[in-house]
Design a binder for this molecule. Structure first.
Ligand code: 5AD
Ligand code: SF4
Length: 469
């Protein structure tokens, strides 16, 4: 097999000659599960396969190549994937289609998946996404049932960001992996060790995207972006201040953070940066110090609240959100109530909350556990009900204020056409167009908020700046 992916020839019949194989135009379909890291990995896969004549379809039934980009964070995500992959057996029986599993489940279970699901052609892990071209070539060259789950052993992490054409927003990986090993979490096993890109590389990368591909908003991505650059003597705060200098760039977001690592330097940047989003997602997981200890989270609630106070003092407009796990092994009623108390103190704009799910290989999975599914379910419902009440109050302060948003699209709500966009503080605001024909896609607009509920926010247009500000 000979292969040079830098030397692909376009043939007169519309096929691409890759090595000694012809690739006719083919459709790829991807089902993505889980977090933004996975969604961005999917974008990378699609972009790598364009030169091999693949184009993306959202219709599974017309796909020549299917990829399941999986998530292992909770058992529910695993079960969804197994069921969808099971269903793909019919597609395989009916037509010529290649099927691959990627992402976090594939990283740790590839061999078992290939054995159990005969419809699966190959599986690959999280650290070889950028080699998808070679794997697809192998599959079409006749290689069967192979898996690639190796880790990149080099100290460097160097990539070029891939973006979707026509969209002014880009995800930019800045750090991969996680060294935290929280006791409940499978991520360090599925995404490997922490490795950061260099500030210089990222700044050049983003400047290129802004200049030549119309990018105006970036979301810096990593499992724990607050650890960014530590091993290279660099920091997230430094990166943000460098990115801030790129004229065409209007908005900088980052996700996701760890409360232990959120530095004074970064908090200061939240106060002084003109382009950094007024939103911070700071996962707390539990309001109880004893649970936090069992989770190996490395901080106390006192530390967490002190960080919130400091960040709110630095930027009074900042909006905070969090992640909560209900029913960590042996969580007592008092420990659960401490989480409810925390919600009242922290005043979150929204939360993502989940029942604890035991993950094979993690420390928490080895703990004896007296909680039942019902107890966990009840606690989660209590957390969510309280948060909805608090959230309605927190959001009331938006009424009458004007927010600048980048308009992402429109939809029909109760028979009425509405456009929507996200504010700097990450809230979605809906508004009526001035005329039914008005097209605001990717415009920057100022919206004055007229009404809010816990889950939705309505505004009216004050000013339309067009496609750039
Ligand atoms: N069970 C439930 N929720 C989990 N999370 C991570 N691991 C688990 C687990 N085993 C949640 C955490 C994390 C978010 C991405 O997923 O709240 O912040
Ligand atoms: Fe998982 Fe903890 Fe790492 Fe977040 S910081 S990815 S919860 S191990």
């Amino acid at each position: 097999m000979s292969l040079d992916l830098n030397n692909i020839k376009e043939l007169d019949n519309g096929n691409k000659l890759v090595g000694d194989l012809e690739f006719p135009p083919r459709k790829m379909w991807v089902k993505t599960y889980g977090c933004q890291m996975n969604y961005h990995d999917t974008e990378r896969m699609v972009s790598h396969l364009k030169p091999l004549n693949f184009s993306l379809t959202d219709k599974q039934e017309e796909a020549d190549f299917m990829v399941f980009n999986t998530c292992a964070i909770r058992d529910l995500a695993n079960q969804k994937f197994y069921s969808h992959l099971g269903g793909a057996k019919h597609d395989k029986a009916q037509r010529e289609v290649k099927i691959a599993a990627a992402g976090c489940i594939a990283q740790t279970e590839s061999k078992a998946l290939l054995k159990k699901y005969e419809q699966l052609d190959f599986a690959f892990g999280t650290d070889v996404i950028d080699n998808i071209g070679e794997m697809v070539y192998r599959a079409y060259a006749g290689d069967k049932k192979f898996s690639v789950t190796s880790w990149d052993r080099s100290d460097d992490y160097s990539i070029q960001t891939k973006v979707e054409p026509g969209k002014p927003q880009a995800f930019v990986n800045i750090i991969k992996g996680c060294d935290k090993f929280c006791s409940y979490c499978i991520v360090p096993f599925t995404r490997g060790r922490e490795k950061s890109r260099r500030v210089d590389e990222i700044v050049n990368d983003v400047a290129r995207l802004c200049k030549y591909q119309g990018i105006q908003e970036v979301t810096l991505l990593g499992q724990n972006v607050n650890s960014y650059g530590k091993k290279n003597g660099e920091s997230l705060a430094q990166l943000i201040m460098e990115l801030e200098k790129i004229d065409e760039l209007k908005m900088i977001r980052y996700t996701t953070s760890h409360p232990y690592d959120i530095s004074d330097e970064l908090i200061e940047v939240h106060g002084k940066s003109k382009k950094l989003s007024n939103h911070l997602h700071l996962p707390v997981q539990s309001g109880s110090n004893t649970v936090l200890q069992r989770m190996l989270r490395e901080y106390s609630i006192e530390h967490y609240l002190e960080r919130l106070d400091k960040i709110r003092a630095a930027n009074p407009d900042i909006v905070i959100s969090t992640d909560i796990i209900a029913g960590f092994p042996n969580e007592t009623e008092d420990e659960h109530r401490a989480t409810l108390e925390l919600l009242k103190l922290a005043k979150y704009d929204f939360i993502y909350s989940y029942n604890y799910s035991s993950r094979p290989g993690t420390k928490a999975a080895k703990m004896d556990d007296v909680l039942t599914k019902d107890m966990r379910g009840r606690r989660l419902r209590e957390i969510q009900a309280l948060q909805l009440e608090l959230q309605a109050e927190v959001r009331q302060e938006m009424v009458g204020k004007t927010y600048r948003v980048l308009v992402e699209g429109s939809n029909t709500m109760k028979g009425e056409l509405k456009w929507k966009g996200r504010s700097s503080c990450f809230r979605i605001i809906h508004f009526k167009p001035e005329t039914p024909e008005s097209n605001y896609k990717w415009h920057w607009v100022d919206l004055k908020v007229t009404s809010v509920t816990a889950l939705s926010c309505q505004g009216e247009i004050v000013k339309d700046y067009g496609k750039t500000i």
